[in-house]
Design a protein around this ligand. Sequence first.
Ligand SMILES: [Zn+2]
Length: 284
Amino acid sequence: MPLVSMTEMLKAAKAGKYAVGQFNMNNLEFTKAIIEAAEEEQSPVILGVSEGAAKYMGLEYAVAMAKVAAEQATVPVALHLDHGSSFEVAMKFIRAGFSSVMIDGSHHPFEKNVEITKKVVEAAHAMGVSVEGELGTIGGTEDDISVDEANARLADPKQAIEFYKLTGVDALAIAVGSAHGLYKGIPKLRHDIIEAVSKEIDIPLVLHGGSGIPDDEIKKAIAAGIGKINVNTENQVALTNTIREIFAKDAKVYDPRKYLGPGKEAMKEVIRSKIRLFGSNQKA
Ligand SMILES: [Zn+2]
């Protein structure tokens, strides 16, 4: 089927108390691993593309790959801009064919964040495109955005509820103790913040930095109101570790299909297990 927005899949996730995975695309192998895993698990899925990844793949290449992937799939597939930095960037990605965008105004003061996000919501909704906003500052490193622990700010529940009411976003990322990239210790999530916000709003909350969070913490977060979880780092690690092992065993290998193929399969296994953990399997 053609690409769809996140609206319907996230509404169903909130009602059914499960989460839909956003798995980031970095190249063809990621795209195929994500779609094949979603298809085999009969799960809705969100293809995430950051500005950096779009620059790397080429925006048009990324859209073309996602469109072919969605058309060949029987499950709903959304193509979502991850951490869009401005109104202009969000519009550029929508024009290119994205069915969903995130506008990350979390580094701005609250009023400015509301203003930018609202502007994106108005324009995107007119085109049938869903929008994710962000409140609080999520720590860690993603692309060229880096936030150290001292500057990672947890979301204030009251502000988060107000932010939703003022902007009309379809999904809201709130900082609750997760981080982008690899964790140094075991992350502890603030389930109380998730629950306080979730019970007051109609949309699901989004957990960024979903790689490396223990399974029971993920399950608790979903029960508290998380309906979308972003995963990228674990797939990157699975691909790279597989390639590293192959190179270590055979120094003469040169055919990229001989190492990228197994790398893709390793990512697919990660994605399938995430889909089952999030409970979105058989929900397509
Ligand atoms: Zn993120």
